[in-house]
Design a protein around this ligand. Sequence first.
Ligand code: NCD
Length: 311
Amino acid sequence: MDVHCMSIKGRDIISALDLKREEVELILNEAESMRNELKGRRCLHLADDKIVMTVFLEPSTRTRLSFQYAAAYLGARGIDFGATEMSSIQKGETFEDTVTMIDGYGPDVIVLRQSVPGNAKKAAEIAKAPIINAGDGANEHPTQALTDVYTIRREIGRLNGVKVGIMGDLKHGRTVSSLSYMLDRFDGNTITYIAPDELQVKPEVLGKLTRTKHSKAERVEDVIEELDVLYVTRIQKERFTDQKEYERLKGSYVISRGFLEKFRRRPIIMHPLPRVDELTVDVDGMREAKYFEQARNGVYVRMALLKEVMG
Ligand code: NCD
């Protein structure tokens, strides 16, 4: 790829590492202009003849809907694969055949979520249409990471020299790896991984960080006042092989208003959502709570990404 022309057109977006810093900045800047242009308008008509196929073989609310809204606001047609229960996957159709078949109808892009790490890449090898990975098991979730850095840039005002704490299930959370890689595109950021040992970040994620200083902490209270951002994540129940282990660890970290009010200096609170026990609803009314805004930001970021990928 020629960095100077920065064409994202036709490319698969499988990992946060697939985007260079300049490309991330281009997408975030476009997201910001989409946001402004959409004020008082329902559709920007930037992709009227395009078709966006969404295929969610694992549960999703925000990612699926924000892609569908993004397509609608661009003027593109969104076609959804529907629930797996309604598809021939139920009859035993293989993943490969499903991808070949979908691709054969001629979508301009396929947005894919499924549970097997690495299968987004496999789909990209099969399909002619570009694949956007909307979550492949515990591996990656690059468009969430774009949404996250867009939110950080809007709220903190920069993407360099930011101190981010990522808390919760760092072992199974795919947003954790993708956000780490995305922050590593910029300079002088620090990441503190806050979790009990059993749920700490995967060594292979740390191994891919080149610019970011990182450390681990067990107790959020020890580090919270040094952070600009506290990124809370859910314990990923569906990724535990031992449900007893899940029961033991759930609720090991709870961010509540009462907890946050103990500190004089407080970071903004982000969360990819859905939340379960780790973030209580009494935080919602606090100035620092940015997670619903973060979810809304996902629409603009995905508009920008879809527009670039579809050309
Ligand atoms: C996340 C995901 O699916 O990985 N949700 C999302 O896309 N906003 C986080 C999660 O499920 O915990």
